[in-house]
Design a protein around this ligand. Structure first.
Ligand code: PRP
Ligand code: URA
Length: 209
């Protein structure tokens, strides 16, 4: 069974609170999304496989651990997921990036797929699916299903803010996937927006409203 990890480090909580504020500018909102993603990536990659190699220090030869190659793929759900990619790449610069384009139909709140392009060896990587918001869970459930249909097995989900409804939906559809969130909020409102949340993450990241 996948686990829910709430990464409530004080620095993460402080930055999420700043993202929530209506008065936070697009520029700051974008920077905060990147900074929180970097901090979260530290925990999400905790169980990365290591390989031992012999190295030479100024003192002697020794064995040392390195992250085993070809390990990570980052998969943002377009478009808001893009705001989380650079933070992760700062920590894991050799990660490959795949994109899944989904938008939530404003009437039905159901996800509609419009794009999918993954690294050729995506099925051999640990994939971190990123999206700032996990609301009904429809988008994340669909994105993870697309990855599994393409042979991917080792998948983690990373969100900045989640609603309990979205967490339950992902756990029910994909019990093998661990979910990492910076905040587990209270509920969804009648428009399926997260309460208290931060509003529309895509619009706030890209200044489109
Ligand atoms: C937002 C958000 C998630 C989705 C979450 O995207 O970035 O992808 O809604 O909602 P769900 O859990 O109910 O599916 P949106 O559809 O607004 O598209 P955008 O990223 O292009 O703004
Ligand atoms: N998508 C968002 O951007 N925000 C929400 O609160 C819910 C879905």
């Amino acid at each position: 069974m996948g686990n829910l990890h709430v990464l409530n480090h004080p620095l993460i909580q402080h930055k999420v609170s700043m993202m929530r504020m209506t008065s936070t500018s697009t520029k700051d909102f974008r920077a905060l999304a990147e900074e929180i993603s970097l901090l979260m990536a530290y925990e999400v990659t905790r169980d990365l496989p290591l390989k031992e190699e012999e190295i030479e220090t100024p003192i002697c030869r020794t064995k040392a651990n390195f992250v085993a190659g070809r390990s990570i793929g980052v998969v943002p759900i377009l478009r808001a997921g893009l705001g989380m990619v650079n933070g992760i790449l700062t920590l894991v610069p050799n990660a490959k990036v795949g994109h899944i384009g989904l938008y939530r139909d404003p009437e039905t709140h159901k996800p509609v797929e419009y794009y999918c392009k993954l690294p050729v060896d995506a099925d051999q990587r640990t994939l971190i699916v990123v999206d700032p918001m996990l609301a009904t869970g429809g988008s994340a459930v669909a994105a993870i299903r697309f990855l599994k249909e393409r042979g991917c097995k080792d998948i983690k989900l990373m969100n900045l803010i989640a609603a309990p409804e979205g967490v339950r939906a992902v756990m029910a559809a994909h019990p093998d996937v661990d979910i990492y969130v910076a905040s587990l909020d209270e509920k969804l409102n009648e428009n399926a927006y997260i309460v208290p949340g931060l509003g529309d993450a895509g619009d706030r990241l890209f200044g489109t409203k």
